[in-house]
Design a binder for this molecule. Structure first.
Ligand SMILES: Cc1ncc(COP(=O)(O)O)c(C=O)c1O
Length: 380
């Protein structure tokens, strides 16, 4: 019997505990485990960097939700990304990255792994020809994609890019943070690795930082698992437990995020203070057809450009009341931010610089009329 998404979210990796029948996986807050004899750990657990039952429950659930063979949990999204890059690449390799990506991901490539010998080329990932042109045959190890992208909500065609990457002998890595596995499962379209900042929709309550990798190929999964232990960027048991608790409601939360975001995108689209709206659910969005093909719905993130330029965009952020002015996204509460001066400030002066008049909304699950009223007053 194959289970549906919400059933997997609640049960995968989370069978009642054998000893007590505890319905919820306990928080195994331990660093080490007693062994019956030298070299004979009781249940395979020796030390919590290498393995912890609470983390295992989360990892199994993540793999099931993404349709992958192996799931791995990390201390943050960036810790997951760093582990992946060091496991797959060696100095001299090349990576194609989105020219519109989370600023911290760009910083990892530009300031950390480049010094270590990994070169990168930013490309417009919504244009498969641009990605093909950026590939260096024999040198490109990874085509790295976000879809939808952060913060411009561009859409990349996962199946088309998987074919292009594989033809060049590269892996397709998809950062699925904005969509979550409820809305999009990149492995089913040919991606090799899915990356998450579980800090966002997967955790869903803005109370825990974490990251994940989900891998289609068990052999690559084992290699990444080796690096997870060897590099040590794991999450703790309590953080794993919080993330797993968030996952149980992922499907119902995402549906409400989508309901509210659809209403808000439509409202902004016709507003005189708004120059343009980026939301993949608007039929005018250039990636709409691809989004329909690969996403269940269009997500909770909406970006727009303010009439009046950067100062006006900043004022809109400052005037919002119910929308909390804060970085991050994907929690139940609505957030507003100015990417140019906040989440993407580090990309200033680079090919990934974002427009100054851009405002990004993470639309929460509050009563939508209250959110619309707050935006109306903030737009002025
Ligand atoms: C799309 C995307 N990927 C990765 C990350 C990095 O995740 P973390 O902040 O958990 O390290 C973020 C953080 O905002 C993000 O938005």
């Amino acid at each position: 019997m194959s289970n549906g998404f919400e059933t997997l979210a609640i049960h995968a990796g989370q069978a009642p505990e054998a000893r007590t029948g505890a319905v919820i996986p306990p928080i195994y807050q331990t660093s080490t485990y007693a062994q019956d004899a030298v070299g004979a750990p009781r249940q395979g657990y020796e030390y919590s960097r290498s393995g912890n039952p609470t983390r295992d429950a989360l990892q199994e659930c993540l793999a099931a939700l993404e349709g992958g063979a192996v799931g791995l949990a990390f201390a943050s999204g960036l810790a997951a990304e760093d582990t992946l890059l060091r496991a797959v690449c060696t100095p001299g390799d090349h990576v194609v990255i989105p020219d519109d990506a989370y600023g911290g991901t760009y910083r990892l490539f530009a300031r950390v792994t480049e010094r270590w010998g990994l070169s990168y080329t930013p490309a417009r990932v919504s244009d498969p020809d641009a990605v093909r042109a950026a590939i260096r045959p024999g040198q490109t190890k990874i085509v790295w994609v976000e879809t939808p992208t952060n913060p411009l909500l561009g859409i990349a065609d996962i199946a088309a890019l998987a074919a292009i990457a594989h033809e060049a002998g590269a892996l397709l890595v998809v950062d699925n943070t904005f969509a979550s596995p409820y809305l999009q499962q990149p492995i089913t379209f040919g991606a090799d690795v899915v990356v998450h900042s579980t800090t966002k929709y997967i955790g869903g309550h803005s109370d825990v930082v974490g990251g994940a990798l989900v891998v289609a190929d068990p052999e690559l999964g084992a290699e990444l698992g080796y690096h997870q232990n060897a590099m040590g960027a794991i999450n703790g048991p309590f953080d794993a437990w919080l993330t797993l608790r968030g996952i149980k409601t992922l499907g119902v939360r995402m549906d409400r995020h989508c309901d509210n975001a659809e209403r808000i995108a439509t409202f902004l689209d016709g507003h005189p203070s708004v120059a343009s709206v980026s939301y993949p659910g608007l039929s005018t969005h250039p990636g709409y057809e691809v989004a329909v093909k690969q996403m269940r719905r269009f997500g909770g993130m909406v970006s727009f450009r303010a009439v009046g330029g950067e100062e006006q965009a900043v004022q809109i952020c400052n005037r919002a009341k119910l929308f909390v002015l804060a970085e991050s996204l994907g929690g139940v509460e609505s957030l507003i931010e100015h990417p140019g001066r906040m989440t993407h400030a580090g990309a200033a002066g680079s090919p990934l610089e974002v427009p100054g008049d851009l405002v990004r909304l993470s639309v929460g699950i509050e009563t939508v009329d209250d959110l619309l009223a707050d935006l109306e007053q903030a737009l002025g």
